[in-house]
Design a protein around this ligand. Structure first.
Ligand code: NAD
Length: 496
């Protein structure tokens, strides 16, 4: 009998009120059931909101350095449990252990960064234009933050949102992806063990019903969402009408540009990691290779040979390099794109099918796949696939490469491989992405730098680093006049 998991609402682990559950399975072996997780409904969210209000009243008055101390203990506990969490994450999400360890580490880094931010959270003191008057700004908590997260970084992305939100003094209602509820549960366990007051964190498992209840509630003034552009657009419409503070991190169609002077072996290594790491299910995955004609054939020979050597399997097996996809629907989506690519005249050079053999029979595996001769403007060149499919586009110059890079609707990350330092700096200005890597693949963000994309990938906010603290706090400005007389700004300053 599978274990039954609960929500964490109003300081207790509780069953969903309507008694409905979903089954969470290991994507590498669907006969391995991780557990039954709540498929919550609106009344569960309403209860969480009532409790979070009380949590906010308490937590927002707790000094920021003490809030930071809780997050330091969170970092310590995550460090102690890193291996256990990584194993649980691979079991429910599929990516290989090295990657899930990295996912936990990103959470640890975010916890320690947040802990020290408790002793900064700077405001400014600036000169007033009037005598004997002070002018200053400070950061204030906002209220309840509703956090809605995707499946592909089950620990890192929730921590990017929850830790700064908590450090700034907000209460959090966390709705993890229904595909990775176990990792979300482990995170909440750790927050509680570290001493976070129980009403400050609520965990409500479920799907779009829970997400929508948070988005539409007037009691939740802050929404942070990471997921598909389609879902993000719907959330954006509602939050716009309700004047909510909203951070959207959405889809990508990231490209690696390889110039004719590039170190080709280095670029092959980067591409394998960028395109097929996390089975291509990263927002920053390298989904397009834009390559200079002069090196195309040489590069492709190396790349295809290396791709065919990649070891597929259960992410917990030491030799595995590529795990399964998250679920059957994701795999079928990849299959649809393979058909579209063939129909639009692209040339399939490797993959394009499910792997054969008994050890793949019970998992949602798909063979790493490469299309060459992909035409700019075709669907493979423009649309996010979110699977292990690489589309190769040939160009004759850097200018053409930059144009192809920029002609997609998304703008998360890009990479340029070249030995030409001038070109590298030009690319940093030209490429329309939130992140550009030089001689490194499109993935590899570090927790202490801002993370996010331009165009249809985001709505202007950033996660990570120093910028995210602005998102989760309100700027309050105070003036103190100690002159003992009425002083009128602008008027007495200049017209006296
Ligand atoms: P998804 O949009 O299907 O789901 C994301 C979350 O939104 C889940 O928790 C889901 O339950 C919830 N949700 C679904 N419908 C909702 C609704 N109507 N209202 C409120 N919440 C709702 O995305 P996914 O399949 O989990 O993740 C893959 C997508 O996430 C890809 O498009 C990928 O590019 C994107 N992603 C972006 C970033 C980034 O930082 N830019 C990072 C990781 C993933």
């Amino acid at each position: 009998m599978a274990k039954t998991f609960k929500n964490f609402i109003a300081g207790q682990w509780v069953a969903p009120q309507a008694g409905q559950y979903t089954i969470n399975r290991n994507p590498a072996d669907t006969s391995d059931v991780i557990g039954r997780f709540p498929d919550s409904r609106v009344p569960d969210v309403a209860q969480a909101i009532r409790s979070a209000r009380e949590g906010f009243a308490l937590w927002s008055r707790t000094p920021a350095p003490l809030r930071g101390d809780v997050l330091r203990r969170v970092g310590d506990l995550m460090t102690a449990r890193k291996e256990e969490i990584a194993n649980a994450m691979t079991r429910e999400m599929g990516k290989v252990l090295a990657e899930t360890r990295g996912d936990v580490q990103e959470g640890i880094d975010t916890a320690y960064y947040a802990a020290t931010e408790g002793r900064r959270l700077f405001g400014k003191t600036v000169p007033s234009e009037l005598r004997r008057k002070w002018a200053m700004s400070m950061r204030r908590p906002i209220g309840i933050a509703g956090l809605i997260t995707p499946f592909n970084f089950p620990m890192a992305i929730p921590t990017w949102k929850a830790f700064p939100a908590l450090l700034c003094g907000n209460a959090v209602i966390f709705k993890p992806s229904h595909d990775v509820p176990h990792t979300g549960t482990l995170l909440v366990e750790i927050l509680l063990e570290a001493g976070l007051p129980p009403n400050v964190i609520q965990l409500v498992h479920g799907g779009h019903i829970v997400g929508n209840a948070l988005v539409t509630s007037e009691a939740v003034p802050v929404i942070s969402f990471t997921g598909s552009t389609e879902t993000g657009s719907r959330i954006g419409e509602v939050c716009g009408r309700m004047h909510k503070r909203l951070s959207l991190e959405m889809g990508g169609k990231n490209a690696m540009i390889v110039m004719d002077d590039a170190d080709l072996d280095l670029a092959v290594d980067g591409l394998l990691w960028g395109a097929f790491g996390t089975t291509g299910q990263r927002c920053t995955a390298t989904s397009r290779l834009i390559i200079h004609r002069k090196v195309h054939d040489r590069f492709m020979a190396k790349l295809v040979a290396a791709t065919e050597q990649l070891v597929l399997g259960d992410g917990r097996a030491p030799r595995t390099q590529v795990g399964p996809m998250i679920h059957e629907a994701a795999r079928e989506n990849v299959e649809r794109y393979v058909e579209i690519g063939l129909a639009q005249g692209a040339e399939l050079v490797t993959g394009g099918h499910r792997p054969k053999g008994a050890r793949f029979a019970k998992g949602w595996f798909y063979q790493p796949t490469i299309f060459t001769n992909v035409k700019p403007g075709s669907r493979l060149a423009l649309e996010e696939i979110f699977g292990p499919v690489l589309s190769v586009i040939q160009v004759s110059s850097y200018d053409q490469a930059a144009k192809v890079n920029n002609e997609v609707a998304y703008g998360l990350s890009s990479a340029l491989y070249t030995q030409d330092v001038n070109l590298a700096f030009r690319a940093m200005e030209d490429l329309q992405n939130g992140i550009t890597y030089i001689n490194a693949p499109t993935i590899g963000a570090e927790a202490h730098l801002p993370f996010g994309g331009v165009k249809q990938t985001g709505n202007g906010h950033r996660e990570g680093g120093w910028e995210v603290y602005d998102f989760y706090s309100e700027t309050k400005v105070c003036y103190v006049d100690f002159s003992g007389s009425l002083q009128r700004a602008q008027i007495d300053t200049y017209d006296a």
